[in-house]
Ligand binder design. Sequence first.
Ligand code: GLA
Length: 735
Amino acid sequence: MQGKKRMINNGGDMILFDENRKVFKIDTPDSSYIMGIVDGYLGHIYYGKRIEGSDMSYLLRTEEYPFYPSKCMGEKAGFLDFFPMEYPCGNIGDFRESCLDIENSSGQCGSELKYKSYNIFKGKKELEGLPATWGQDCETLEIVLYDEVLNLEVILSYSIFDGIDAIAKSVRIVNKGTQDLLIKKALSSSITMEQKKYKVLTLSGSWARERKQQYQQIGYGSVVNESKRGISSHQQHPFSAVVSENIDQCNGEVYGMHFVYSGNFISKVELDQFDNIRAVMGIHPDNFSWQLNENESFQTPEVVLVYSDKGLGHMTRTLHSLYRKHLIRSKWKDCQRPVLINNWEATYFDFDTDKILKIAKEASECGIEMFVLDDGWFGERNDCDRSLGDWVVNENKLSGGLDYLVKEINKLGMKFGIWFEPEMVSPDSNIYREHPEWALAIENREPTQARNQLVLDFSRPEVLDYVYNSISAVLKSANIEYIKWDMNRPLTDTGSSYLPKKQQGEIMHRHVLGLYSLQEKLIKEFPDLLIENCASGGARFDPGMLYYSPQIWCSDDTDAIERLSIQEGTQLLYPLSTIGAHVSASPNHIVGRNTSFDLRGCVALAGTFGYELDITKLADEEKQQICEQIKRYKKYSRLIQQGDYYRIASYYDNKEYDCLEIMDDSGKNGIINYTQVMAKANVHSRRIYLQGLDENAYYRIENKVYSGSALMFAGFLIQPIHGDFAAKIFEITKE
Ligand code: GLA
């Protein structure tokens, strides 16, 4: 391997630099990512199915007109307008979407990056202040690019993980010169591919309707997926995939891009005049800028890329495995999570110690392991109009205080958890009256309220200190083992009376960094604490938050039927162990639908299981069902947490039934979770096709033995069920 540097690990994944041809090659088990240097520019050559050892630099078309600048300076614009730049810059001749826009101290924008050096090493560096994938069994390539005029260093980082088909990319930008620079845009990733009738898959929605799958055609121009709300949002998810025409669970190509970040994002898929696609992702440049003074650096968040030529299912299982092994850090990551009961839908704001203890007592008798006290326990919070920020227990409601309540709940053998919304302040609160300057606001303008609340200015260090000390004081006041960290409005009026004029564009990003720093501090000080993130249901369900909390509340819509597609969209990217799913009352509080207790239990089983209802109002027979459901959850909890997930049928697509399969890591045991949404007259049994089995092995389902190939290719028959909204769980056991 003369002239080449190779790093090989056990999985056969490797990063290679061919010194002679100036080509970088990153191999995961089934994909290759290739870049080449031409005239000092770093070009993106290929990303796709794994390719063995060949020289791919011909794909950069450097022999075709217009030649590169050293051969044809007079057509530099023509070159920049077509060259597949690995990290494109704006305003010098590449008119497609740029990743980097930098202003010099005279306010002029433009940069040009040339290759400087590279480094390949075992492991992966932390991203300062940001969530990111981690691990020992991984390796990293860093490529250093340089702008000689700005004295700007740009370090592109690529990490791969043993046996996993994903690449984690991020960028660090360092001002090595003496002039102050202004970053106006710094995206995290760009990839290029030839258009082959690809389309774009995104997840979109609204409050209580999160993460519905949407396909869009790619025409000349761009398909944009973005959030400008300061959170990753209910409306658009920080995920886009370029997928082939024939895409399904088992077939077709997928280029998945998932952003490990919890604020504003943009992902743009652009088809250019020469039928190439440039797909970029990063922090949204709107309402963003970052002052970069001498010797300062800016770290972009990470994008996780997954290429699959085996359909969506392979991307899903790749992300599940990456997030389980290399993103979530909590000590709860691989532990069975306590079955919880949350009082939000049971009481809303109307509770006192007695009522809470009655619910907790009955819950403990059914085997529920943790009580979570939701909104309304602090200040004068009897509705959502006031008191956010006054994190002091309301003893008029909770006589005896938190310590008494928690001790009583602990006596029942249950853990105790509590709700906070730390990023917010109510105008009607003591803390706001004392410090109105702590809320985000634009000079001389009344800031826009949402849910009667304002957003705290996290660029102020004293605000972060106040928030942290308030939470920590409550956690120390009683034996609190879980918190639900909520966030119930988007960011608006992003003005800070603390930051100078030139840094006002930093507020949105500083909010996210502040949020991360608070959760990081909590994890360090309370390492046993189980954190569940939440944002009006699932508005901040993103990989960034998973770095701090192993589970996230999926949606405020707890109706089992609505949940089928919300959970399906979430499962497309996230392990089931991260998805908060609770059994709630029927008729459902949001949609008014009546469903059976059994169905609600089966649907919630595909997540972190819990209850969200007034158990004191249930019939004895339903309480008995809770005991049974908890037994079943415990039986399958390891399978659900660690197993391989297969999407068998989608109610969102077929409007009739839903089905998922989970197999354990040995491939020996699994379940099929089937829901019949609408019953039909005069139908035969329904044929479903299982996935991921060994073709040559035999499996038992309900006392019958089938070959793996029969179950996957000929199908399994589900007998008609009488009635709408019915669910059934089947066990699969390898013979
Ligand atoms: C949000 C959450 C709910 C609940 C309420 C309390 O909407 O998603 O689960 O905690 O806030 O105000």
